[in-house]
Design a protein around this ligand. Structure first.
Ligand code: FAD
Ligand code: NAI
Length: 471
């Protein structure tokens, strides 16, 4: 690109936020360029996040099930061996296929892909340091910043991605650790702990708060899930803070004490995963050249139309407000383009689902009980356990429950919380119900195929406005 070729839109960052915005912009007929520095499209999610972690979660679950859960199903297997190298290759193949797929979609939708690191030279000009060497500049009438996030470091522990790792190291370990300590019992902590525990590591999770699952997970669901994960072999230290980490070169010593102060203890580990949250990534963007500021948590400040104080510059995805989720980034990408082309866009932040891809999965949408109590909203609760669901019973996979929270007077659904083998798929029905302002009776009177896990969803709704049949 040269200065003469001003684009309608330049996007910095080719993650889910940036690439979806680029494709949508191309579809809307905008002249668009997307700048990405990592050498592959798809950002954190496709390269080192959602996709590789789900590949390992899926295949480690299969391995664990073959080891421990086949005999009673009438399947006798011979020697079962882990081939970690091949498991990693399978993951890499999925990642490569998907990132190449996005590149293909760029071509199909006339998006110019600029491989390099972008920084603001002025309010409309981005200087790009190209991956293959050299520099270029590109000008945009509109600019979208979609530079994503990075792991929050733990003070005093240097990340080497081998012994002291973030999720990026955790999806690429070459051997199964003997002892692994996970700092932070949020979604990354629990997903990665599940993978390595299933593959044979002795994993202890240290969590500052009194419950696992990170922000948003309903307390009852979190407690149940902790029991299920404990049965699977994970060890938990809740209400515990890490005071110091020491990397001896051989192993790592993690000093912990009760969150409120008290007895100290030292945990030895050959691998420590730091999973205490992620923070917006805007380093090197040259924000100072155009006077854009971030808030106290590093998030770029925007209005309801994703505009910064320079209205032609918008921000979407992990580097601004809201949950750090790929599908949230995707919704914002579409809305931001619609604001540019149609002056109208919309994202319902109350209907963004969360899913933890452990086994069973945990999924929720809307409010949890603590949030409703804090808001002073009167609500009723209905739930249904998978132990009473015919399909879960035939699958010999009955851990979990579906729980509805609905307005005490109107019956309108306020929140849905699921632990279950397919909770991540099942929550889609909940999101739709919430989007359409459904009551639990609307769901309870809707036919669900038999025998399916989804019947537990219907029966939990029935239990909220009346009674379930099978429990
Ligand atoms: P990113 O995906 O981080 O993309 C930003 C891109 O911008 C990066 O590729 C970066 O290289 C590029 N960039 C930054 N600065 C510049 C610059 N100056 N010039 C050019 N390029 C630049 N979310 C889910 O919804 N489901 C999941 O299952 C899930 N699993 C996850 C698992 C892990 C281990 C992790 C870490 C995250 C997971 N997430 C998941 C979160 C999800 O990855 C993020 O919410 C999502 O990637 C955000 O998209 P984004 O485009 O805003 O940012
Ligand atoms: P998180 O915010 O979900 O959880 C971090 C946990 O660490 C919290 O429970 C917190 O209390 C705890 N913690 C913080 N400081 C601590 C300390 N010093 N000692 C002990 N515990 C401490 O963050 P996480 O798990 O790192 O994930 C980051 C983001 O990535 C999430 O916000 C999530 O949106 C996204 N993600 C989403 C996934 C999904 O959708 N399935 C999968 C993985 C990540």
């Amino acid at each position: 690109a040269t200065e003469a070729e001003e684009k309608d839109l330049v996007i910095i960052g080719g993650g889910v936020a940036g690439y979806v915005a680029a494709i949508k912009a191309g579809q809307e007929g905008l002249k668009v360029a997307c700048i990405e520095k990592r050498g592959a499209l798809g950002g954190t999610c496709l390269n080192v996040g959602c996709i590789p972690s789900k590949s390992l979660l899926n295949n480690s679950h299969l391995y664990h099930q073959i080891l421990h859960d086949t005999k009673n199903r009438g399947i006798d297997v011979g020697e079962v061996k882990l081939n970690l190298e091949q498991m990693m290759k399978a993951k890499d193949t999925s990642v490569a296929g998907l990132t190449k797929g996005v590149e293909f979609l760029f071509k199909k939708n006339n998006v110019e892909y600029i491989k390099g690191t972008g920084a603001f030279a002025d309010e409309h000009t981005i200087a790009v340091n190209l991956v293959d060497g050299g520099e270029t500049t590109v000008r945009g009438k509109n600019i979208i910043i979609a530079t994503g996030s990075e792991a929050t470091p733990f003070p005093g522990l240097t990340i080497d991605e081998k012994k002291v790792i973030t999720s990026t190291g955790a999806i690429a370990l070459k051997t199964v650790p003997k002892k692994m300590v996970v700092i932070g019992g949020g979604i990354i902590g629990l997903e990665m702990a599940s993978v390595w525990c299933r593959l044979g590591a002795d994993v202890t999770i240290v969590e500052f708060l009194g419950q696992i699952g990170g922000p948003g997970m309903d307390a009852e669901i979190s407690k149940n899930m902790q029991k299920i994960l404990t049965k699977q072999g994970l060890k938990f230290k809740l209400n515990t803070k890490v005071t110091k980490g020491e990397d001896s070169g051989e192993d790592v010593k993690i000093h912990v004490e009760a969150a409120k102060g008290g007895k100290e203890e030292t945990l030895d580990a050959d691998v420590v995963l730091v999973a205490i949250g992620r923070r917006p990534y805007t380093a090197g963007l040259g924000l100072e050249n155009i006077g854009l500021e971030t808030d106290e948590r590093g998030r770029l400040v925007i209005d309801q139309e994703y505009r910064t104080k320079l209205p032609h510059i918008r921000v979407i995805g992990d580097c601004t407000f809201g949950p750090m989720l790929a599908h949230k980034a995707e919704e914002e990408a579409v809305a931001a383009i619609e604001f540019i082309t149609k002056n109208y866009g919309h994202v319902n932040y109350n209907a963004i689902p969360s899913v933890m891809y452990t086994h069973p999965e945990v999924a929720w949408v809307g409010q949890n009980e603590a949030e409703l109590k804090a808001a002073g909203i009167k609500y009723k609760v209905g739930s249904f356990p998978f132990t009473a669901n015919s399909r879960a019973k035939t699958n010999l996979d009955t851990d979990g429950m579906v729980k509805f929270l609905a307005d005490a007077e109107t019956d309108r659904i306020l929140g849905i919380h699921i632990i279950g083998a397919n909770a991540g798929e099942m929550i889609a029905e909940g999101v739709l119900a919430l989007e359409y302002g459904a009551s639990t009776e609307d769901v309870g009177r809707t036919s669900h195929a038999h025998p399916t896990l989804a019947e537990a969803f219907k029966e939990a709704a029935m239990a909220t406005y009346g009674k379930a049949i099978h429990y």
